[in-house]
Design a protein around this ligand. Structure first.
Ligand code: ATP
Ligand code: MG
Length: 402
């Protein structure tokens, strides 16, 4: 039995009083995109949810896309029956028999909107529950903690039944929480950080630092592939590619010791902030996770983060690597991230990077590098910006903007 309807529930956004209308509008745009090739779809919006009558649109395919929409808390396949006892009972039984994971316990909840229906909620509960129990030996009723809640809504014209509740992506609808600039490396962490920011409704642009020819064209391709995977959640992402070779080699030319990573990171952040300002981004997003490497201790993060005044969002900061990897797998970035191409930050690594950089010392070294501001400015000027589009063919996908 194929679902004839879907109940799509909006998540946290229902809590945000004044913004609700705007959020619902934004989420509806995304939902309608999923069903764009099925014009006979019917939408019935209600508070915090929308009923979609599928009218022949494929359930599995559209579900896959709906699960990627931020701002949706859950989705239920639903079935329709005429307002007539026998049909309702039969629909309830086939729906229960068709559940992907057979339940051991269940309960029935009835909502009777149509007051002219001959049986009241209590009676319907018993009549439908009893019928299902008869048809599914081994199933029992548990009113407190059932595996499955069979819900029956007796509406004005028809009965609506559903039981399965499929988790949605959660968060806030696309672009409803401002814009930020993601520092996107080729690693596992930063794409996950970006996705978590997007899930909170943050519109993302991304910046990547490459050190061509020390890093290869393939390394850059890998980052474009990661950006494309992230773009699958929004349509497209603007990616700024910063030529970082001159900055890195110039710093390395005069200083090679344990504060090198701190110095290079500070230069990176300075460039990122300028690009953020030029593009109206109000925060930076990075993939640090506390304690993971030398530059991710609190003293390091303090010494690095001070060079910018924009907020630095670090969604992974308190997560364990395994948790990060599991999100990376779910969102489809892991397989790309583990490809072997080198990152610019692994170049020129000092033998023992400081885990406790002295800020005064760092600033003193920087003061002696009079060439630095100009090289930073130059890197910003020479940044190449492309728009990475999801879905389009690879060659056609990257549209050069500058
Ligand atoms: P990731 O897995 O994201 O590469 P990491 O664990 O390797 O992170 P670091 O190398 O310390 O950690 O980088 C910390 C953060 O700095 C990254 O998550 C990313 O946001 C940013 N970053 C590092 N290298 C680059 C780069 N080449 N271009 C843009 N951002 C970078
Ligand atoms: Mg890395």
């Amino acid at each position: 039995m194929k679902p004839e309807c879907m109940i799509i529930r909006m998540g946290e956004l229902t809590l945000k009083g004044r913004n609700r209308k705007r959020f619902e509008r934004s989420v509806m745009i995304q939902i309608k995109k999923v069903f764009a090739s099925y014009p006979s779809i019917r939408y019935i919006p209600e508070y915090g949810r929308v009923y979609v009558e599928l009218e022949g649109a494929p359930y599995e395919d559209t579900l896959k896309d709906l699960k990627r929409i931020f701002g949706l808390s859950s989705i239920s396949p639903a079935y329709l029956a005429p307002l007539e006892l026998k049909s309702i009972q039969e629909t309830a039984l086939s729906m229960m028999q068709g559940l992907p994971k057979p339940p051991k316990t269940f309960k029935v909840s009835v909502k009777r909107v149509n007051k002219s229906f001959p049986y009241d909620s209590q009676e319907m509960n018993r009549l439908v529950g009893g019928y299902v129990l008869q048809g599914m030996p081994g199933l029992t009723v548990d009113v407190h903690q059932p595996d499955i809640e069979l819900r029956l809504e007796l509406r004005e014209e028809r009965a609506l039944l559903f039981a399965e509740v499929i988790e949605g992506a959660g968060g806030y609808p696309q672009g409803t929480n401002g814009k930020a600039l993601l520092l996107l490396s080729g690693g596992i962490d930063s794409p996950v950080a970006g996705w978590l920011a997007m899930r909170k409704g943050v519109e993302l642009e991304a910046v990547h630092f490459h050190s061509y020819p020390f890093t290869s064209e393939r390394a850059k391709e890998k980052v474009i592939d990661l950006a494309r995977q992230l773009a699958s959640y929004t349509d497209s992402i603007k990616l700024h590619l910063v030529p970082f070779t001159d900055v890195q080699t110039a710093i390395h030319g005069v200083y090679k010791d344990n504060l090198l990573v701190t110095l290079i990171r500070r230069a990176m952040y300075r460039i990122a902030e300028k690009i953020a300002d030029q593009n109206g981004a109000e925060a930076l997003v990075t993939g640090e996770s506390l304690g993971q490497v030398a530059s991710q201790t609190l003293p390091s993060m303090n010494a690095i983060g001070r060079v910018v005044s924009l907020p630095i969002l670090q969604p992974l900061i308190m997560m364990d690597k395994q948790e990060i990897i599991s999100i990376a797998e779910t969102i489809g970035t892991f397989a790309i991230s583990i490809l072997p191409y080198e990152d610019c930050c692994t170049l020129f690594l000092p033998p023992s990077p400081s885990t406790n950089p002295n800020l005064r010392m760092v600033e003193k070294i920087e003061d002696s590098m009079s060439f630095l501001p100009e090289l930073i400015e130059q890197a910003v000027q020479q940044t190449e910006t492309i728009r990475v589009v999801f879905g389009a063919k690879k060659e056609a996908a990257e549209q050069h903007l500058f």
